[in-house]
Design a protein around this ligand. Structure first.
Ligand SMILES: NC(=O)c1ccc[n+]([C@@H]2O[C@H](COP(=O)([O-])OP(=O)(O)OC[C@H]3O[C@@H](n4cnc5c(N)ncnc54)[C@H](O)[C@@H]3O)[C@@H](O)[C@H]2O)c1
Length: 341
């Protein structure tokens, strides 16, 4: 069997860490990425970790023709589809950009999958499909989905539905949607990590950039929520653990003789508040982060974390790393970026 795995968006934050884990597990990952939201320097970082080059297909995932051409020549044993835009706020301002890339990109790669029905397919979904769960903080795959208010979230909601509909049309397909909670941290080597282009949308890069002096202060949106300390609570998962879950997902699908379509939460099972993350960052790294409380943001979910029982039973996977590991690795990564400036 070929060990090649096609990884769309493989130069991105989660994709690059997944390349490392695939390589560690004996696979031969191939990156499909046009660097619209990543930098070619990621490829150098990967080379330092892997000690070898990774095959790179530098084109748009919406180019169905080129994907088909590649798959007609090369045997691949799996496809992991990360390539998409991910900024919630931007998706509200520019919804068509999100529908075009996230939906057209998914349909494009699924056309290839439906032609080559024997290739397992893993999709990057998100806990955003749960919206604000009514009366519960811990969500399992059985928790009702809510149509997300922002177009970004809706592309994930719809993405899962498109996969479900495709599976109904062909029960031989082997597919899995992973609902990520909040990835943070970086590879412990500090050769790859989260590389936001422009102002970060996620908490941890904002913390590390503030500690590095890029921003004067971090604004924490809301401190009067009914949570442990008034700030929002999320399930922060180390990106290396999340990357490892993709290898388990692929292995599960490769082991299936019949078709399947699975949906699995990938989180730690534990919620942490924004203030707890800031506090862990300051304590572990012995640096201070200048922050202020700002107004609540409309649409922010107050508290959510994953029930991870299904990930454990189906994939034999669970998160191993802690928030302290993640804030240490994120800071090491931020310092390595700054040292190259
Ligand atoms: N980071 C998060 O917090 C988070 C949470 C839940 C789900 N996700 C999903 O996980 C996936 C990966 O997220 P990430 O944080 O690594 O994002 P990222 O932006 O760092 O990586 C995405 C990569 O895909 C590439 N890309 C985008 N559109 C492309 C296209 N049309 N053709 C070729 N390449 C293209 C970008 O250049 C980038 O390298 C996304 O689908 C995202 O929606 C992310």
């Amino acid at each position: 069997m070929s060990m090649k795995v096609l990884v769309t968006g493989g130069a991105g934050y989660i994709g690059s860490h997944t390349i490392v884990e695939l390589n560690k597990a004996g696979y031969e990952p191939v990156i499909l990425d046009d660097f619209r939201n990543s930098k070619p320097s990621v490829i150098d970082g990967l080379q330092k970790i892997l000690g070898k080059e990774t095959e790179l297909l530098n084109f748009d995932v919406c180019d169905t023709e080129r994907i088909a051409q590649y798959l007609s020549k090369e045997e691949v044993c799996g496809i992991i589809h990360f390539a998409a835009y991910k900024a919630v706020g931007e998706s509200v301002v520019n919804p068509l950009k999100y529908y075009q890339n996230n939906i057209e990109g998914l349909v494009s790669i699924l056309k290839a999958v439906s032609k080559e029905a024997d290739i397992p397919f893993v999709f990057s979904s998100s806990c955003t499909v749960y919206g604000e769960p009514k009366g519960q903080k811990e969500v399992s795959e059985q928790t009702a989905k809510t149509i997300p208010t922002a177009p970004y979230g809706f592309t994930k909601w719809l993405g899962e539905q498109i996969i479900e509909d495709l599976y109904h049309s062909n029960h031989e397909l082997r597919m899995m949607s992973l609902r990520y909670f909040n990835p943070i941290g970086a590879h412990e080597s500090a050769f790859i990590g989260e590389l936001p282009i422009g102002k970060p949308n996620n908490l941890l890069p904002f913390i590390t950039q503030t500690a590095a002096g890029v921003h004067e202060k971090l604004t924490i949106f809301g401190n009067t929520y009914p949570t442990v300390d008034g700030t929002c609570v999320r399930d922060y998962i180390h990106v290396v653990d999340l990357a490892a879950a993709h290898v388990k997902a692929l292995e599960f699908l490769l082991g299936q003789r019949m078709g399947c379509n699975e949906i699995v939460n990938i989180g730690t099972g534990k919620g942490s508040s924004v203030l707890e993350v800031v506090d862990a960052f300051e304590k572990v790294n012995e640096v201070t982060v200048n922050y202020e409380f700002g107004p609540k943001r409309p649409g922010d979910v107050i508290e959510i974390y994953a029930n991870v029982d299904y990930a454990k039973s189906l994939l034999g996977w669970q998160a191993k790393k802690t928030i302290n590991d993640a804030v240490r690795d994120a800071w090491r990564w931020e310092k390595s970026i700054r040292s190259k400036e």
